[in-house]
Design a protein around this ligand. Structure first.
Ligand code: ADP
Ligand code: MG
Length: 710
């Protein structure tokens, strides 16, 4: 028996009880949404008139009528109490990218008797103070109060834990002066802007006023490793990624993990997660093994963008906590393990108008005209504001992913597939695709042929891909909130819709088709450069993108500069999505977060190098020297040459280690931009030492163990 903690961890995994194979008698989904205060719960707990009024408020995304607030609060309390909740919290999304909650008991006293109370005021506004959240200069601590305001469009929900439950009320979080300190408020503003612009554009097409829904389906990738290993890695524990670790002989070369058989232990975990999500009304739909070993994905059915963003935060929380209960650790970092794929969060985005998906190519010429106009607007939006879109996915973790030819590159481009591209070329008057109908198509939106319903072309290398009836923004990182990217997509598309509408509103009815045809040709011609259907990983694309003048912001610090551009500031303030000060605060917060993360990683790497790696290498070296000495004393020189060579390699590596540590220390004393390079140099040395030290002596769980012992 070994006393090496790594070996013990492997033994612990090996001796895990065999999974239970019991299946419930009959599958049941009746509990779906049981822990969310949705329409059904409202009907059961509120007078009909109040319930109707509240549902209307939610439908219209309007502010709550104060007259019904008392009844709503009472209903919500009764519903929560019936589910065992003793506490409530305003649940919000601060700029640090996490979720935040401060619990208050329903406890109060009435004539000396304890009661469970919850007033309209408790429901609508909270004052969590919360002065320690990043604000990027939007408030100073002496006026630090933060306010939370209920967002009725995201249902309250119950979070259960051992011994109790808490009513969580999704809220926006802002400062005393009403400036947004969170990720939800700008998202709600952008949703409103896009809804208004969509209605305006649809009116131009003569369509009746309908409800606009912006939809999001967020695919969540994650890694699962055994918790024993996780706890033995200070880097994973403190930074979410391994700063060291030599690649194992086998990783993802055989491509045998993607869509592979899901291990029983993992499946049991996933099932528990899904049940919990369903109970919260989160429509978890798809589960599968991802490309890297120990990597998985969960995808829900799409929902309203605001709800989907909240739900994605809960998905991550439920995954993380269920993992703990199953002796696992769930890792959301974008690049936890070097040498294998990292994790992303594909944001599938679309707009529905009165229930019709505007990104569904239509069945008749009139619908096609709307579809092509929406498409043109999106191309224009992404081309005009690629830098802003890129900035929303900036982060220390995602930096590893966007330049590694395993995720879309940092250059923002749009994939349309061959068929749609041909149609656009046709509209532009190009001759591309001579063999296809697009070339012979008469240009005139009233004569467009039926468009392909399902463009099945899939190009996983594109950051912004049309996938048949939606766009899939693939650049967001797995740990990032969907709110930032979706806020900007909504905003830039709203702006493009408004521009198109303003061009067409003044056109006489009889000239509409001709005017639209000219406008589409103009937009497609001007913005075709953003379309790229080829291999985004290839070096040719880098050169080609540069030729086309597309921005290529390789890292977080470059990417965040977009928040400072006058164009972007003007756009954000025009729609009130971010004021100038709010945008500046995001720049501050995200740059600081980047610097902190990088510094923490460097600190952890230095600590591990000097307290774990160097001692292991020294022990190895002294063991070799002892053996050599003992051999010499015994007059034995067999093996001495090999031992001397090993000792020499270790000695050289130890010197290199110490030099790399010094290099990182120097980098750490300067601005963060130089740190990643020094980290890579240290990593290379440590990983080479891992190959020189005896397995039994190596203190850190190895990639082989973390990725395969599950
Ligand atoms: P893939 O991995 O092939 O991209 P998935 O099935 O994993 O596909 O995920 C696709 C996601 O796109 C799902 O979350 C799905 O609900 C979502 N989706 C489908 N239609 C729309 C739409 N109209 N708007 C937003 N999201 C959508
Ligand atoms: Mg998927």
């Amino acid at each position: 028996m070994s006393c090496n903690p790594r070996t013990k961890a492997v033994e612990a995994v090996a001796s895990l009880a065999a999974p239970r194979h019991g299946t419930p008698e009959k599958a049941d989904i009746g509990f779906f949404g049981e822990d969310a205060f949705g329409a059904e719960a409202m009907r059961a707990y509120m007078p009909k008139a109040v319930c109707d009024a509240l549902l209307r408020t939610i439908e219209d995304c309007a502010p709550l009528d104060q007259a019904i607030a008392g009844d709503v609060a009472a209903a919500m309390r009764n519903w929560a109490i019936d589910r065992g909740a003793t506490h409530y919290t305003h649940w919000f999304l601060p700029l640090n990218g996490a979720t935040a909650e401060k619990h208050d008991a329903f406890l109060d006293f009435e004539k000396g008797h304890p009661i469970l109370s919850f007033s309209a005021k408790n429901l609508i506004v909270g004052e969590p103070d919360a002065s320690s959240f990043p604000s990027g200069g939007l408030r100073s601590t002496f006026e630090a109060r933060g306010y939370t305001a209920w967002d009725p469009t995201s249902p309250a929900f119950i979070k259960r834990h051992g011994n109790g439950a808490t009513l969580c009320i999704p809220t926006a979080f802002c400062s005393f002066s009403g400036e947004s300190l969170d990720k939800k408020t700008p998202l709600l503003r952008s949703r409103q802007a896009l809804a208004a612009a969509t209605k305006r554009l649809m009116k131009v097409f003569g369509l009746p006023d309908e409800r606009v829904t912006v939809t999001l389906g967020a695919e969540q990738e994650y890694f699962l490793i055994d918790r024993h290993f996780f706890l033995q890695r200070p880097d994973l524990l403190l930074t979410g990624r391994t700063v060291f670790g030599a690649p194992p002989a086998k990783h993802q070369q055989l491509e045998d993990h993607y869509f592979g058989l899901i291990k029983m232990r993992v499946l049991e975990f996933m099932t528990e997660v899904e049940h919990e999500l369903w109970r919260l009304g989160i429509p978890a739909k798809t589960r599968h093994n991802e490309v890297a070993p120990a990597q998985f994905e969960l995808a829900p059915l799409f929902e309203d963008v605001n709800l989907a963003c909240d739900h994605n935060m809960l998905v991550m929380e439920v995954l993380r906590q269920a993992a703990k209960r199953h002796g696992l650790a769930c890792i959301f970092h974008e690049k936890p393990f070097a040498g294998v794929n990292g994790s992303g969060k594909h944001n599938n985005w679309s707009i529905a108008y009165g229930g019709r998906n505007l990104l569904n190519p239509g069945g008749d010429p009139a619908e096609n005209a709307v579809f092509l106009t929406v498409l043109a607007a999106i191309l224009m939006a992404v081309d005009n504001h690629a830098d802003l879109l890129r900035a929303t996915v900036a982060g220390a973790g995602n930096d590893h992913r966007l330049v590694a030819s395993e995720a879309p590159p940092a250059i923002i481009s749009v994939f349309l597939g061959d068929q749609l591209s041909e149609i656009i070329d046709g509209i532009c008057g190009g001759t591309a695709g001579a063999s296809h109908h697009a070339s012979s198509m008469r240009i005139g939106v009233d004569t467009l042929p039926p468009l392909p319903r399902d463009a099945t072309d899939r190009n996983r290398t594109s950051p912004f891909a049309f996938t048949g009836n939606k766009f899939e923004f693939r650049a967001p990182g797995s740990s990032q909130s969907c709110a930032g990217p979706c806020t900007v997509i909504n905003l830039i598309v709203a702006d493009a819709f408004d521009e198109i509408a303003s061009r067409l509103e003044t056109v006489a009815k009889d000239d509409f088709n001709t005017a639209l045809q000219h406008l589409l040709r103009e937009i497609f011609t001007a913005h075709r450069r953003i379309v790229f259907n080829g291999d985004g990983y290839g070096a040719e694309w880098l050169a080609e993108a540069e030729r086309r003048g597309l921005p290529n912001r390789q890292n977080t610090l470059d990417a965040l500069q977009a928040f400072k551009s006058p164009d972007n500031i003007a756009l954000c303030s025009k729609y009130g999505v971010y004021s100038g000060r709010e945008l500046a605060s995001r720049f501050e917060v995200f740059s600081e977060e980047y610097a902190s993360r990088i510094r923490i990683e460097a600190g952890v790497a230095l600590e591990m190098a000097s307290t774990m790696v160097a001692p292991a290498a020294q022990e190895e070296l002294s063991a070799i020297l002892l053996t050599l000495n003992a051999g010499a004393a015994a007059g034995l020189d067999n093996g001495a040459t090999a031992l001397r060579a090993r000792a020499k390699s270790l000695g050289i590596a130890l010197d290199a280690l110490s030099a790399a540590e010094d290099g990182l220390r120097v980098a750490l004393s300067g601005p963060p931009a130089a740190i990643p390079k020094a980290m890579s140099a240290l990593r290379a040395t440590v990983d080479s030492i891992e190959g020189l030290v005896s397995d039994a002596r190596w203190p850190l769980p190895k990639y082989r163990e973390m990725l395969f012992v599950l």
